[in-house]
Design a protein around this ligand. Structure first.
Ligand code: SAH
Length: 361
């Protein structure tokens, strides 16, 4: 184990860092170009696959650096719409889940940004066991790379809506984004990237100042500060007004329309009064509201709103002139709420094995 932690994580290095690293090793400059290409364009699974590198150099790389792809523990493919859910094992034994969704405009991958989550949203399965650790850039890239390799299809869109709070892992997440959208990597368009956050105010503002063209999705889920506190503990830290001001700032700085996610929970936040209050909160903004029928988890008693209630909620918002959609359910036959695939895997596993994985951190 000690050996692993001493080695550096080469896939988390951006091109400049890799160049400096090769120079320090006394290697020629073009080695950095070759290596970066193998890692981020050809998506090599190991140093041994990098066949145009001299064997001695590959051995040196093995001595100095860690390099691995997340390993597929489970892959579920929907027979309805081709959506795929993956459970990946990371090098230290922890597991994370990712989803591939096929749309007419391209393939979109939903990634996890942390192992577990500490935000505590009441309806979310990802947060039940708390946070284990942040993911490194190489691990987030690995989720995308592995899915593109396995399917043989280009990934063109990315949503950070899996397990974890991306803005609670800010530096790693930002580096991951820059590498994913870099022309020397997979070169996704920034406009095809969406980051979803429960609303960490200072980091929304920081993100706005990064001058990226990505879409911000804010998990709102309530029409008042008081109601938000019932569903999202983060509301005890940040007032709704400050969260919305940060979203306005994001739009002002980037010109990107903000999406508000609103999970409809039967009898909790789905009344016409909620819809009217919600319109009052965001009606002045250039925004879009995405209504998500809550996905019930067995650990909580929340239920979905009736279809008629969901439609009425949508109509009410539309009357106020707000852009609103109901999220299309993808992969209904393999569905489970965010984080449930990982959770059911951990529930089945003997605790000893989980402890070993955690101890390897
Ligand atoms: N931490 C980020 C990403 C979370 S997952 C965030 O809070 O935005 C993406 C979205 O799914 C969030 O809006 C989250 O609140 C929502 N979500 C999580 N569990 C859900 C469930 N069981 N039903 C409906 N929406 C859920």
């Amino acid at each position: 184990m000690r050996e692993i932690t001493e080695k550096k994580d080469i896939r988390s290095m951006d091109f400049c860092e890799l160049q400096a690293e090769m120079e320090a090793l006394g290697e020629k400059k073009f080695r950095a170009v070759q290596l970066y290409q193998w890692m981020h364009q050809k998506l090599a699974g190991s140093f041994d696959e990098m066949t145009n590198l001299p064997k001695s150099f590959r051995e040196k790389l093995k001595d100095e650096y860690t390099y691995s792809m997340p390993e597929v523990v489970e892959r579920l493919v929907s027979s309805i719409d081709g959506t795929e859910k993956y459970l990946f094992r990371l090098a230290d034994g922890n597991v994370v889940e990712s989803v591939l969704m096929r749309y007419h405009h391209g393939n979109s991958v939903c990634i996890s940004t942390q192992v577990g989550c500490r935000m505590g949203c009441r309806f979310c399965a990802s947060t039940l066991g708390g946070l284990t650790r942040n993911l490194c850039p190489s691990e987030m890239l690995g989720e995308v790379y592995q899915i593109q390799k396995i399917t043989g299809e280009r990934v063109s869109h990315l949503v950070a809506m899996g397990t974890g709070e991306p803005l609670d892992n800010y530096d790693h997440f930002l580096k991951f984004l820059r590498m994913l959208t870099d022309e020397h990597g997979l070169h996704l368009s920034q406009r095809n990237v969406t980051v979803s956050t429960c609303g960490i105010v200072e980091n929304i503002r920081r993100l706005a100042d990064e001058k990226l063209q990505i879409t911000l999705a804010l998990s709102l889920h309530a029409s008042s500060q008081e109601k938000r506190k019932e569903l999202m503990p983060i509301a005890f830290k940040y007032d709704l007004k400050d969260v919305l001001d940060a979203c306005r700032y994001y739009f002002d700085r980037t010109g990107r329309r903000v999406t508000f996610e609103y999970s409809l929970v039967g009898g909790v936040n789905d009344t016409k009064e909620d819809a009217a209050r919600l319109a009052g909160l965001v009606g002045d903004m250039n925004c879009h509201i995405n209504l998500i029928p809550v996905n019930p988890i067995k650990e909580r008693s929340y239920v979905q709103s009736d279809r008629s209630v969901i439609e009425a909620f949508k109509n009410k918002l539309e009357k106020y002139g707000i852009n609103v959609t109901i999220r299309r359910e993808m992969g209904r036959d393999i569905n489970g709420a965010c984080g449930q695939l990982r959770k059911s895997y951990l529930d089945q596993k003997p605790t000893e094995e989980i402890k070993e994985g955690d101890a390897a951190l």
